[in-house]
Write a protein that binds this ligand. Structure first.
Ligand code: PMP
Length: 420
């Protein structure tokens, strides 16, 4: 099983007519596919059939593979005996499922710097201002939970999709648990970069997406305590979620276990490819992957120091630990225009906008009003990378930014960087 990237050397034609290797630096939106995921799909294509629905060989094998995939995701996340794994479409779907399953009267506490997927699903939410540092985060959470009676859930991202910074999840989880609250971790950006063990994080629930984890689109997972999920009404009503249906409306016995929330024909290829990456990552040298990521990050940060028009933004501080994600404010430029030029004139793929974290983008840029997403005062330009990213990709984005923002030191700086 390999974590090599499929399509690592795609050629793109620039506006000038030249052809260059595409430098994909938008992993935080969707990462490219790992060979392990592609192989898993390829292996199953001749065989796939309907999961849990047939007696023939295809269906039997598909059911087996689907349940194996569930076990692989459980192993990847260190699922405990009272946890369950529900396959979902993505992180958004996983967090909405959890919101749906909350016991009546549960209050959810979130910081307002979350991705919208972890901001909007919660029916009864207390929003805390994004803190300037981890200590303040802990204090704010402690105070908020002390004022809440009844069941509570604290939902937090593992790594910011805007700044890449790691949230102090363990510390926050300890505070939440001291108040009897449960903890959900949005691991959409954490899982591709760091181990995501439920106990190590102090999490009761973890949500993540296959398409950010080097698998194709369409599958994600919610992993965590089974009791709330088992007691909840089915998330999607229909076949698969029902065990027995009578002749009268409402006369239905719902399925138990994960099937209760997986109504409809499951996305077998999505689950199997997601699981294949989980297994490949579990077998990989995570320390080496981490070291390589931090090397690329340092190279990028050093290069950006020579691009004064592009200002990296941080939640906590410039030196706070972060994964391979950096967002830039471009006070004198339109982020969308610069991103378009990077693509069309340099063959470098980045993303401009507010990255589905509008309150955070406004806070980081000092913008005062909600506005258009990719243009306008709150728009940022995000560079994000991971497996398969090369030194040259990093140098190219720095050079392209220099060229497009009229920064002067770029060529010299680049020559130095390349020589290192
Ligand atoms: N949370 C975070 C931190 C994310 O970065 C994203 C995707 N940008 C999501 C949730 C939502 O993921 P998906 O679109 O796969 O549902």
């Amino acid at each position: 099983m390999t974590l090599d990237i499929v399509g690592a050397d795609l050629p793109v034609r620039l506006r000038s007519g030249a052809t260059v290797r595409f430098a994909h630096l938008d992993y935080a939106a969707s990462a490219p596919c790992a060979r392990a995921a592609a192989d898993a799909v390829q292996r199953l294509l001749p065989w796939y059939g309907s999961v849990h629905r047939g007696a023939g060989a295809r269906s039997a094998r598909s059911t087996l593979e689907y349940e194996r995939a569930r076990q692989a995701v459980a192993d990847f996340t260190g699922a405990r005996s009272d946890d369950t794994v529900v396959f979902t479409r993505n992180t958004t779907d996983a967090l909405n499922l959890l919101a749906h399953a909350l016991p009546a009267g549960t209050t959810t506490v979130v910081f307002d710097g979350e991705h919208h997927a972890n901001l909007l699903p919660w029916p009864n939410a207390v929003r805390l201002p994004t803190p300037p540092d981890p200590d303040t985060a802990v204090a704010l959470l402690d105070r908020a939970l002390a004022g809440i009676a009844g069941p509570a859930l604290f939902a937090v991202t593992g790594a910011s999709n805007v700044t890449g910074e790691l949230w102090p999840v363990r510390r926050l989880a300890a505070v939440a648990h001291s108040h009897g609250a449960r903890v959900a971790v949005d691991a959409a950006q954490l899982a591709p970069h760091r181990p995501v063990d439920l106990d190590a994080l102090g999490a009761d629930y973890l949500a993540f997406s296959g398409h950010k984890l080097y698998a194709p689109f369409g599958a994600g997972a919610l992993v965590g305590r089974a009791d709330w999920l088992d007691a909840a009404e089915p998330y999607l009503r229909g076949g698969g979620a029902s065990a027995a249906v009578g002749d009268h409306a409402g006369d239905v016995t719902w399925a138990t276990g994960p099937a209760r929330h997986e109504g409809g024909t499951p996305n077998l290829l999505g689950a199997v490819s997601l699981a294949a990456v989980c297994e490949a990552l579990a077998a990989a040298d995570r320390n080496a992957l981490h070291a390589r990521e931090q090397q690329l990050l340092a190279r990028l940060q050093a290069g950006l120091a020579d691009v004064p028009a592009a200002v990296p933004v941080s939640l906590f501080s410039d030196t706070h630990p972060r994964v391979g994600i950096v967002s830039l404010a471009l006070p004198d430029h339109d982020a969308a225009t610069v991103a378009d030029r990077l693509g069309a004139d340099h063959g470098v793929g980045v993303r401009a906008g507010q990255f589905c974290a509008h309150p955070l983008a406004r806070r980081l840029t000092g913008a005062t009003r909600p506005g258009g997403c990719a243009t306008g005062p709150a728009a940022l330009l995000r560079i994000s990378f991971g497996l398969g990213t090369t030194d040259s990709d990093i140098d190219r984005v720095v050079a392209a930014l220099s060229a497009e923002t009229g920064s002067v030191a770029s060529n010299e700086g680049l020559a130095l960087l390349t020589a290192r």
